[in-house]
Design a protein around this ligand. Structure first.
Ligand SMILES: [Zn+2]
Length: 172
């Protein structure tokens, strides 16, 4: 199991707990001491993701996790927040009760969840997912976020430093 902090493969299990569909293990990296969690689960049946070009690919929690972790890289998120997010997305996929889901459904689900968690991670994911060909589209996404992000928001860090906020509109 690769340590998410240092990338080394030596870790030991410090806690193991079974739950409905699998086992949750707390691990500690033997090299850097970081703690992380792994889940081993029974997949009731294979779910396929249908891509935009029509190709089908087996749904993979690992692949989902990789994309999300990349988007969340170096973001100051609370411990376990990313795992929780991945769990919640995976559960939504399974609870659909379908054998196939569209990749756009999955992408939108990730975006919706990331947006609630961290705006920077959301923008990073969105820029990969939408393959923003046009920087204008990306800018629009960011503007939408800035406009809608409440100043009193408790756990969201501001997307931009306050002094970079747009000046008040001139009423002319
Ligand atoms: Zn490590």
């Amino acid at each position: 199991m690769q340590c998410p902090n240092c990338g080394k493969l030596k870790s030991r299990v410090i806690d193991s707990r079974s739950f409905r569909n699998g086992t949750r293990r707390r691990r500690q990296c033997s090299i850097c001491g970081s703690r992380f969690t792994t889940y081993e689960r029974i997949q009731p049946y294979g779910i396929f993701v249908i891509k935009k070009d029509g190709r089908r690919e087996q749904f993979s929690r690992d692949k989902l996790a990789t994309g999300i972790r990349k988007a969340c890289e170096k973001r100051p998120l609370p411990t376990g927040a990313i795992d929780k997010l991945i769990d919640s997305i995976e559960n939504s996929v399974f609870h659909q009760g379908k054998h196939e889901v569209l990749s756009s459904y999955l992408g939108d689900l990730v975006m919706k969840n990331l947006r609630k968690l961290d705006h920077v991670a959301y923008i990073r994911f969105a820029s990969v997912y939408h393959e923003f060909a046009d920087i204008g589209v990306l800018k629009h996404e960011i503007d939408t976020l800035v406009d809608h992000s409440p100043a009193k928001s408790t756990n969201q860090l501001p997307l931009l430093p306050l002094e970079e906020k747009k000046p008040p509109q001139n009423p002319e």
